[in-house]
Design a protein around this ligand. Structure first.
Ligand code: ADP
Ligand code: MG
Length: 698
């Protein structure tokens, strides 16, 4: 049973409307509020001990002094049983004074600073609230800390002020717990609560809103963070389980060692140990009849492609086809070329399917896919979306997974297939995030670069250094090297940025390097143009390639040794690391020059990390520490990690525990039938877990 908002003390019709606009429909919804901060309640005498702090004082208004000039404040004299203080209030003393009555009691939120006044204190008014005259007020006054909630959106513009809001939340707690004492029942199995010595949920929810001592806040927050993480991991565990149970996968159990050996012996290099390990982990998964969903993580240039090819050969040797999905057509084209080169000697047929191919060519390729003449089909994700019919698709590789939105598994299932899936990403994800974001996948990591790689020299430079940068560039080009110059392109202002890239391109071409060949490529170039320019760059016909971030992923042109990034402070660190990965692919020394036009402390620190290390995992960890996990390559927009209490940078230990506990519950009881797990089941049926449920089925 839910309670109507407008009947809650302190709310009423008008305010109820304002709350409804921010999604607070029922009184119960207030129980989910989490304070942004707290105000300590102090006595007037204690004020000098709270310099530079926000506090609440409560007492009787004993005097109101009117200003002589409009620019001066109205003075409210407030007295409690320890002393009196004058609180100045600016802005419209007529209106202000009407809010107070002599002899009545009020709470004031004030900020205290040092001042040269007689008292030595400068008091700034923030908010006030008239005390009511009842039992609940007395109880409320006993709390040492007053919660302050985010007043976002419509609430900011209404007359629901912070002190009033905390009182309303308090009233909501009182009302709900009175009518429904089980409203804050436990959500995590008792055995886990006991093992981890966590407070009960009811205690935690009450304490985070109305802490008795300041330590309560952190204890309660961690308990509630555990809830969030536990349910997230339960959702991931269920998702992983359902993928495995739902339908049997293919067991690729025919021995194809011969094919593998032939492929490996044809490679012009030795595999790294990390590559071999990943290959064998994948092979084990593929042999079993469970459906594989594995993430292959490896830094830029760590050689994920050959690992994927090795896995595709397992499928092909077992009589199936494999699809290789890429986020862009450039990448698809490039992978097609390198796969063809690697696999033709082994007798494998590779085809490319992208938009813009001639109708006749396309029809033929589609036919070959359908009749099984093609072993590997490379393309963009249109591969599985369009009316492509496979004769026997058994394996799917998804390159640069983070570039795709939600995985396309559902689509695959619609086609009545249940292939094993390998997703690859070069964006190293901090372990904490991979446990959450990719928590339903098994993970293989390539944590080693091929031995022949030289460290890319990275430097941070200012706009004004451009002449010397261009001079350096010219010298390298005269030695036969090639360079990328990248301009930021941020979605919201795509047009404007594009203009700036185009403008720079024209200047570079006609004024700075009139004697060199400068090309340009961007997200809006049509596919033929893109291909043409990329090919010209690959063949050395273009010396300098000006680009937006479309070249970010995967482009492999070993002779390009210089990467210049303009306005580097506008990129995420991991994105810059990706861009840097476009160079350092050949035997020559490579360079990455980050040009920043604005140098605040944070960008200096961030970009400094890039200069000091080439280790993508370290960069990702640091990026997460600085920017917070929410901003980490746009995960916030995906809505998956919108925690209210969890802070992944603080709660790594909780996350790991939550994961262990959640996964062992789901492994033991996948349907959550055990009575001890009924609370988990009902939490999923509850609308509150809507987003988690979405994750579980997505
Ligand atoms: P990424 O992991 O970034 O996708 P790629 O698979 O594109 O990396 O590999 C980058 C380059 O390194 C390719 O040119 C590839 O042929 C080469 N390569 C892959 N494995 C090795 C290795 N073990 N030793 C030397 N070069 C390798
Ligand atoms: Mg790659």
């Amino acid at each position: 049973m839910t309670m109507d908002l407008k009947f809650l003390k302190g709310v009423g019709e008008k305010r109820a409307e304002a709350f409804e606009k921010i999604g607070v429909m029922h009184v119960e919804d207030f129980l989910r509020f989490i304070p942004r901060t707290y105000l300590k309640r102090i006595s007037v005498r204690e004020c000098p001990a709270y310099i530079e702090e926000n506090v609440v004082v409560t007492g009787e208004v004993i005097d109101i002094s009117y200003p002589k000039k409009e620019t001066q404040p109205l003075g409210i004299a407030l007295r409690d049983n320890t002393g009196a203080v004058e609180i100045p209030m600016f802005g419209g003393s007529e209106f202000r004074s009407r809010q107070f009555r002599l002899g009545e009691k009020y709470s004031f939120w004030i900020k205290i600073d040092k001042d040269r006044q007689v008292s030595g204190l400068k008091i700034s008014y923030r908010d006030h609230l008239k005390l009511t005259d009842d039992e609940s007020e007395k109880k409320y006054q006993r709390f040492r800390y007053i919660p302050v909630y985010e007043l976002s959106g419509v609430l900011k513009k209404t007359w629901i002020k912070p002190l009033l809001l905390s009182k309303i939340v308090y009233n909501a707690f009182t009302a709900v717990l009175k009518s429904n004492p089980s409203a804050l029942d436990e959500t995590v199995p008792e055995s886990i609560i006991a093992k981890l010595r966590l407070p009960s949920r009811k205690d935690a929810v009450l304490r985070i809103n109305f802490p008795a001592v300041s330590e309560d806040i952190e204890t309660a927050r961690r308990r509630l963070a555990f809830d969030e993480l536990f349910y997230l991991e339960i959702a991931l565990a269920l998702k992983k389980m359902s993928l495995k149970l739902e339908k049997k996968g293919i067991s690729f159990d025919k021995d194809v060692t011969g094919l593998h050996d032939k492929f490996i012996s044809n490679l012009p290099f030795e595999l790294t140990r990390a590559q071999r390990r990943a290959m064998s982990e994948i092979l084990d998964d593929m042999r079993s009849d469970k459906c594989m969903n594995r993430l292959l993580q490896g830094d830029v240039g760590s050689g994920k492609t050959v690992v994927a090819v090795h896995a595709m050969l397992t499928a092909i040797g077992n009589g199936y086809q494999a699809a290789f999905m890429c986020p862009t057509e450039i990448l698809a084209g490039q992978h097609f070329a390198s796969l063809t080169k690697m696999l033709e000697p082994v007798g494998i047929t590779v085809r490319l399917l992208i938009g813009g191919q001639k109708k006749k060519e396309r029809t033929q390729i589609l036919e070959e896919i359908k009749n099984g003449a093609v072993d590997i089909i490379v393309g963009t994700h249109a591969l599985i979306q369009e009316s492509v019919e496979f004769s026997s698709l058994g394996f799917v590789v998804i390159d640069e997974q983070h570039k795709f939105g939600v995985m396309q598994r559902a689509k695959l299932k619609e086609k009545g297939l249940n292939p094993d899936v390998l997703v690859m990403t070069a964006t190293p994800i901090p372990r904490t995030l991979s446990l959450t974001f990719y928590g339903d996948l098994d993970v293989s990591v390539i944590d080693e670069l091929p031995a022949n790689r030289k460290k890319i020299k990275t430097a941070l430079r200012h706009e004004k250094d451009k002449p010397s940068i261009y001079k350096f560039l010219r010298e390298e080009i005269s030695k036969g090297r090639q360079a990328y110059i990248v301009y930021p392109l941020i979605e919201e202002s795509e047009k404007m940025d594009l203009k700036s890239a185009e403008q720079h391109y024209r200047i570079l071409k006609s004024e700075v390097f009139p004697d060199l060949r400068v090309g340009m490529i961007h997200g809006r170039s049509d596919p033929e143009e893109k291909e043409k320019v990329t090919d010209e760059f690959r063949n050395g016909k273009i010396n300098i390639l000006v680009s937006t971030t479309v070249i970010e992923v995967g482009v492999d042109i070993p002779n390009a040794t210089i990467m210049i990034v303009e306005d580097a402070q506008r990129f995420g660190l991991s994105q810059l690391h990706q861009l840097r990965g476009r160079v350092g692919r050949g035997a020559e020394q490579s360079y990455c020059i980050l040009i920043a036009s604005a140098f605040d402390d944070i960008s200096q620190r961030r970009l400094g990390i890039l200069c000091s290390t080439n280790d993508g995992f370290r960069i990702a960890e640091e990026d997460m520490e600085i920017r917070g996990p929410g901003d980490f390559f746009g995960i916030r927009q995906s809505g998956v990690l919108n925690f209210s209490c969890t802070d992944l940078t603080l709660d790594k230990d909780l996350l790991e525990t939550a994961r262990d506990e959640a996964f062992s519950i789901v492994e033991e009881d996948p349907q959550l039938r055990d009575p001890r797990h009924s609370m988990i089941r009902s939490a999923f049926e509850n609308e509150k877990s809507g987003s988690l449920y979405f994750m579980a089925i997505a």
